[in-house]
Design a protein around this ligand. Structure first.
Ligand code: COA
Length: 175
């Protein structure tokens, strides 16, 4: 087994260099055709603006953010949206699992998901929900015990055009 070339950590504040690195990962995923809220081409300023809003949410305690870094900088990320309606305090949405194409298929997606589950536990969350338009991501989630709920057809546009469905999953997090 090869030793991972990345390290994972939770950020409680997001600085400019980290925002720049996160923007680079998001742009790479959109360029690669991932349906993650944005259309191609995703300009740097727009990606930076998105991560600044995420950073504000992290600072406010509304989001929990994990990043993976290798020798070249940020190479992966995932986040939990902790801020939920008052009748769902036990729940979080898992969002924006992103791995840069340069480090895919080495186990980082799975490592981020395992770490996100631990982070959910630390935050007192017992139910996680996500949706995805990625077959690769679906396989990661199913390997980790997430339960497939179903597919909503024509949910979103792919970044290069054309509609795609999205699949909803949930995970009960053990205490
Ligand atoms: C989905 C995504 C996060 C997966 O990230 P990843 O780091 O490649 O995931 P993993 O490496 O854990 O697993 C991917 C595959 O590599 C395989 N793999 C893991 N480690 C490996 C290794 N050391 N050697 C060979 N293969 C390996 C896994 O078994 C898995 O195989 P499968 O596709 O046949 O199931 C990534 O493709 C991505 O960022 N996509 C674009 C954004 C996106 O769609 N995100 C999902 C939003 S919900």
């Amino acid at each position: 087994m090869t030793t991972p070339t990345w390290s994972l950590r939770r950020l409680h504040a997001v600085d400019d260099a980290q925002i720049d690195g996160l923007a680079g990962v998001l742009i790479d995923c959109v360029e690669g055709g991932a349906s993650v809220s944005f259309m191609h081409p995703l300009l740097h300023d727009r990606a930076v603006a998105f991560w600044r809003r995420v950073g504000d949410g992290v600072a406010a305690g509304d989001r929990a953010l994990l990043v993976a870094e290798d020798a070249r900088g940020v190479c992966g990320t995932v986040q939990l949206v902790l801020d939920q309606p008052e009748n769902q305090p036990h729940r979080a949405d898992l969002s924006k699992l992103l791995v840069h194409r340069r480090v895919r298929r080495q186990g980082l997606g799975e490592a981020l998901m395992r770490a996100a589950e631990g982070m959910a536990r630390d935050c007192g969350k017992t139910l996680l929900v996500l949706d995805t338009a990625s077959a690769e991501a679906e396989r990661v989630y199913e390997r980790l015990g997430w339960v497939r709920v179903g597919v909503v057809p024509d949910f979103a546009l792919l970044p290069h055009g054309g509609l795609c469905g999205t699949t909803f999953f949930y995970l009960n997090v053990d205490a």
